[in-house]
Design a protein around this ligand. Structure first.
Ligand code: ADP
Ligand code: X2W
Length: 257
């Protein structure tokens, strides 16, 4: 989709969105860009699970999701975090449309690894035909859930969902908005990093927890042709940028500021 910008707003970032964020969305709209937001809600899902004595288990930053956890995940994403983001956008005079997998088979997926992760999915298709008219004039706000061909709901890590959607729709840019200014090493933003360095930093436990799916998702989107991926806490500040050099070599996906 031409002129599409995909922004993932993490659960941690949701609470701290400031006027800069909404101003940038207005700027993009005035430039004729289409905008699709994928929202998270991980911390809120964990909180509700804890309140209900349901164990919280994450592997490599991805939630292991049994039936009960899936029910709570849907409750939080569709009943709490999506309405919160829609309200904030509306308060800033932005026209919005709240979206989820069940609307016109918007997002289809398959199981990531049912034995290891339970009801967790990866996105395999987006209903572009249904989405395109919505994004003409409105900001789409999409939950990171997918449906299998058989109609089973899947929980999808929001970074993974945003990268998959950006890749499948041919977005020009993907922003992974979080609560840190970029990928950090001893408090400093990492300026340049190839796939091997990212693997090394993960092995050294410098990249841990929620940053792991972001890195994985960023490289995936880069390999799929998304020209610019930014891990940042402000849309106006580049943070850590991942771009592909002018070659087909996947190893050429580098972090570059
Ligand atoms: N090398 C790293 N640089 C920055 N953040 C990191 C790094 N390794 C782990 N993190 C953690 O990743 C978090 C961001 O991921 P996450 O909590 O899942 O946020 P979100 O809800 O925005 O997706 C940071 O707050 C930080 O605690
Ligand atoms: C499978 C999986 O991990 N799903 C995520 C979906 C929400 C999410 O990713 O939210 P954040 O971006 O705020 O972490 C979860 O259940 O937490």
């Amino acid at each position: 989709m031409k002129e599409l910008i995909v922004v993932k707003v993490g659960g941690n970032a949701l609470d701290s969105l400031n006027t800069d964020f909404f101003e940038q969305l207005h700027v993009w709209q005035s430039e004729g860009k289409k905008i699709l937001l994928i929202h998270g809600g991980g911390p809120m899902i964990s909180k509700l699970c804890q309140q209900l004595d349901i164990p919280v288990l994450k592997k490599n930053g991805v939630r292991v999701t049994d039936e009960k956890t899936l029910t709570l995940t849907k409750l939080v994403l569709l009943g709490q975090t999506q309405p919160l983001l829609l309200q904030k956008l509306s308060d800033h005079q932005l026209a919005v449309s709240g979206l989820n997998a069940a609307m016109n088979n918007m997002l289809e997926g398959t199981y990531l690894d049912e034995n290891g992760y339970g009801q967790v999915g990866v996105i395999t298709s987006v209903n572009q035909e249904a989405l395109t008219p919505i994004l003409n004039g409105k900001i789409g706000v999409l939950a990171p859930l997918a449906l299998t061909k058989d109609g089973n709901w899947l929980n999808v890590n929001a970074d993974e969902a945003a990268a998959a959607v950006a890749s499948l729709l041919g977005a020009q840019a993907l922003y992974l908005m979080t609560d840190v200014a970029g990928v950090l090493d001893e408090g400093k933003i990492i300026r340049r990093l190839n796939r091997k360095s990212a693997t090394d930093l993960t092995a050294k436990k410098i990249i841990t927890k929620g940053m792991q799916p972001k890195i994985k998702a960023a490289f995936k989107a880069c390999s799929a042709g998304v020209k610019k991926i930014s891990i940042t806490n402000k849309l106006q500040v580049p943070g850590t940028i991942i771009t592909k050099e002018d070659t087909d070599d996947d190893e050429a996906c580098i972090f570059n500021v």
